[in-house]
Design a protein around this ligand. Structure first.
Ligand code: F0G
Length: 467
């Protein structure tokens, strides 16, 4: 018989970080008066700052999280054999257990999996539908002469509209696209879970199931971009009828069951600093992908990762599915979101999985798209608080393959939270910086581009402030 706790009725509600910190890394207190020069020297592009010039680094949640003691232990005990390392077999068994896919191909990160997959299936004239392609996915497809087409539901493009699954793909437009361009020209249908470019918004199980059914009706393979599959599974548990009593692991398994394969960046829900994989069921395609893997990444039992990276992933993938971790993870983003909404700051609602997105178009209506409002807000956040965020707007997406400019669908500033890294007081600080800036938003001015690379320009572009 279990003893009853006499204080059960206290119903303590605070959700805590479900870990204690045993190893800390001091934050360099980048001095506020040094930031204007640092930003100037970086060409007004926060990608070009040194990390010790940044106080709170929310540039990305990719590869920036903290490892667990279990991961470190596994890494020390890793097997670094070139071929057939036991670390690979542990990694392979984990990925197969979680996804159910037959062929597991390790890559050094997500974009390598994308490149290998698309190089084998995409060609000039092909169209690859997705709810929304992330920038590297889009670039890999366009690099091969194919078209990356975003078909997220209309609600997904309205930042302040509340909808439980704003990452869903528009099923009618998916069918229409296949009918119009012809199934033979659609080598793959993809869904990104959660939808990063669209605000970290989840995709429902019903939508995954239906998109898969449409693709299969036309004989087209259906893949997931699974970077944040665990966070997506948690949203399904919270928001979709029939999943409240299922574990994140069961939900994830069902998500993957509708797909023929996935690309994965282990740097997100693999809880790892590097690594990724391509997983799929098709024997012939897997063989072609492995051939290219050997050419560009490495032998199929390490594929661009060290044995210790394979171990970190094998352990991290399960840790990402831990309900206590996911509850804290999703709640901490919601927590900062609530503070900002209370202060009137326009943010993407409801808050998504890994990041908070500020709607810069709504916050800075005095800055037109061609003066890059979201970029301007990113720079203001750095100057005001040493906080590094990232623009997901017209600098990232505005340049078309033919070189022309088109304003992005949304002007968002993403604050992506590294996993298990910052505590509630860091979140409070960030909320205070944003709120203070919001109160003085008319001071923020636009930018112009001074130099840019032909593709993925946001990483290296140099800009100048407009007076
Ligand atoms: N797909 C999605 C949805 C992503 O968010 C990313 C990376 C990738 C693919 C590529 O994975 O970086 O391992 O090559 N997103 C990072 C970010 C960079 O900051 O959101 P990768």
């Amino acid at each position: 018989m279990t003893l009853k706790n006499p204080y059960d009725d206290l119903a303590i509600k605070t959700i805590i970080e479900p870990f204690q910190i045993r190893s800390v890394q001091p934050i360099q207190y980048a001095k506020a008066h040094e930031r204007p020069q640092a930003l100037h020297d970086a060409g007004y592009n926060v990608f070009l700052l040194r990390s010790d010039q940044v106080l709170i680094d929310l540039l990305t949640d990719s590869g920036t999280g903290a490892l667990s003691a279990q991961q470190w232990a596994g890494m020390i005990a890793s097997d670094e054999a070139y071929a057939g390392a036991s670390s690979f077999y542990r990694f392979e068994a984990t990925v197969r257990d979680i996804t159910g896919f037959k062929h597991i191909i390790p890559t050094h990160q997500g974009r390598a999996a994308e490149h290998i997959l698309f190089s084998n299936i995409a060609r000039k004239g092909a169209v690859i539908p997705n709810n929304a392609h992330f920038d590297t996915t889009r670039a890999n497809i366009e690099y091969l002469g194919a078209e990356a087409r975003d078909l997220v539901i209309a609600e997904g493009r309205q930042p302040q509209l509340i909808h439980p699954f704003k990452g869903n793909i528009d099923l009618d437009r998916l069918r229409e696209t296949i009918e119009t361009v012809g199934a033979a020209n659609v080598p793959l249908v993809m869904l990104t879970v959660t939808n990063n470019s669209g605000g970290g918004q989840p995709v429902s199980m019903a939508n995954i199931r239906a998109a898969s059914a449409i693709a299969h009706e036309y004989g087209i393979p259906f893949f997931l971009d699974a970077c944040r599959f665990a966070e997506n599974a948690w949203f399904i548990k919270l928001r979709e009828e029939g999943y409240a009593d299922k574990t994140p692991r069961e939900i994830a398994r069902e998500m993957f069951s509708y797909a023929d394969g996935c690309t994965m960046s282990g740097k997100k829900d693999g809880m790892s600093n590097i690594g990724g994989f391509l997983a799929l069921n098709d024997d012939a395609l897997a063989q072609q992908c492995r051939n290219l893997l050997i050419l560009t990444e490495g032998f199929p039992t390490y594929g661009g990762m060290a044995g210790y990276d394979l171990e970190a992933l094998a352990i991290g993938l399960y840790e990402a599915l831990d309900p206590d971790y996911l509850r804290y993870r999703i709640r901490s983003i919601e927590y900062i979101g609530e503070k900002l909404v209370a202060a009137g700051v326009p943010i993407m609602q409801p808050t998504g999985g890994h990041a908070l997105y500020i709607d810069a178009r709504a916050m800075l209506p005095h800055i037109p798209a061609h003066e890059y409002p979201a970029w301007a807000l990113v720079n203001a956040l750095y100057l005001a608080g040493g906080v590094r965020a990232v623009e997901i707007g017209s600098v990232m997406f505005g340049r078309q393959p033919d070189g022309s400019e088109k304003p992005a669908a949304m002007e968002l500033v993403r604050l992506a939270f590294p996993r298990r890294t910052y505590t509630q007081s860091h979140f409070d600080y960030v909320a205070e910086v944003i709120t203070a800036l919001f109160a003085r938003r008319e001071r923020i001015k636009g930018y112009r581009i001074v130099w840019q690379a032909p593709v993925l320009r946001h990483f290296t572009a140099r800009l100048a402030p407009l007076d």
